[in-house]
Design a protein around this ligand. Structure first.
Ligand SMILES: C[S@@+](CC[C@H](N)C(=O)[O-])C[C@H]1O[C@@H](n2cnc3c(N)ncnc32)[C@H](O)[C@@H]1O
Length: 285
């Protein structure tokens, strides 16, 4: 939950990862020209260091360098898998949940689709400031705190239509929500999903090793680390995620880990454990 706090910092790191990867990793399959313009000058400077492979000294700066570099490796398979699923679905409405600094509304070649971006109000306000530099039509912004607000009402007020198909993109958000918040959000999506809708969800599978690494890094970099206010709250096995989605009328058609996807893309595999435990599922209704 990000209530009563500043804009998401993890959203910046994943955007920095896309900016690092753009034009460098799997350039025939991955591109995100919106990532760099969505970053502030000091965030762009960190990206340039990674792109030039110039590690900095000092523990905090080095941690930031390594996280941004790792983020680039993870973002490529994650973005490609989700983009492919969005384009294949070709629905008239696309709702991006916990959008952060996602640039899909500007960069995907879907001129007839209506994009909605749902995010915590603090993150969304920050995004709107940053997105002023982007050319093209902005999405419809829908401020929602998944821990407090009623997603169905917010979407209805924003002009989302429940009687035509929607593609839901839920990337990099599930780990930050509790199990009841995840369940409630799936239920809300189901209520507003006409037949032909797709739910594309990126989630973390349980991993003792990843949990331990994240907890110890959070303890060491308690104040300066990006996870300070954004701890992971839930992990789902593929079977548990499939059951949850089925309960709400979504049938899983594909569910792959990022390591498998990265292997098929031929990208560098320096984050094997993170890639192995991060998954993208596509479900149909
Ligand atoms: C790691 S970022 C991912 C951003 C984006 N989906 C991407 O992959 O680039 C996590 C996002 O989840 C959002 N988020 C986390 N908890 C939330 C909550 N309780 N309500 C609304 N948004 C939330 C944050 O604001 C942030 O934009």
């Amino acid at each position: 939950m990000v209530t009563e706090r500043a804009a998401s910092r993890t959203a910046v790191i994943v955007c920095q990862g896309r900016a690092v990867a753009n034009g460098r990793l799997a350039p025939d399959r991955f591109a995100d020209p919106t990532a760099m313009p969505l970053l502030r000058a000091e965030e762009q400077a960190q990206v340039h260091l990674v792109r030039r492979e110039q590690p900095t000294s000092g523990a905090s700066a080095r941690l930031a360098y390594e996280m941004i570099r790792a983020s680039g490796d993870i973002m490529v398979p994650r973005t490609v898998a989700i983009d492919d699923a969005v384009l294949a679905a070709s629905a008239p409405q696309i709702v991006i949940l916990g959008a952060g600094l996602d640039g899909r509304a500007w960069r995907l070649p879907l001129p007839d689709a209506t994009f909605f971006e749902v995010d915590h109000p603090a993150s969304q306000k920050d995004k709107q400031d940053r997105a002023e530099s982007l050319d093209g039509n902005p999405p419809v912004y829908v401020p929602v705190d998944f821990a407090r607000d009623v997603l169905t009402d917010a979407l209805e007020s924003a002009g989302h239509r429940a009687n035509v198909p929607t593609v839901w993109v839920w990337e990099g958000v599930v780990p930050y929500l509790t199990r009841p918040e995840v369940t409630a959000t799936v239920a809300a999506m189901a209520v507003r999903s006409a037949s032909g809708s797709r739910l594309i969800v990126n989630y973390q599978a349980p991993s003792l090793l990843n949990d331990m690494i994240r907890k110890s890094m959070s303890a060491v970099f308690r104040k300066s680390g990006p996870w300070a206010g954004e701890p992971w709250r839930s992990a789902w096995s593929p079977a548990a995620m499939s059951r949850l989605l089925a309960t709400h009328g979504f049938a899983v058609r594909d569910d792959n880990d990022l390591l498998t996807i990265a292997t098929t893309l031929g990208v560098r595999l320096s984050q094997r454990s993170s890639l192995k435990n991060s998954r993208v599922a596509v479900a149909a209704r």
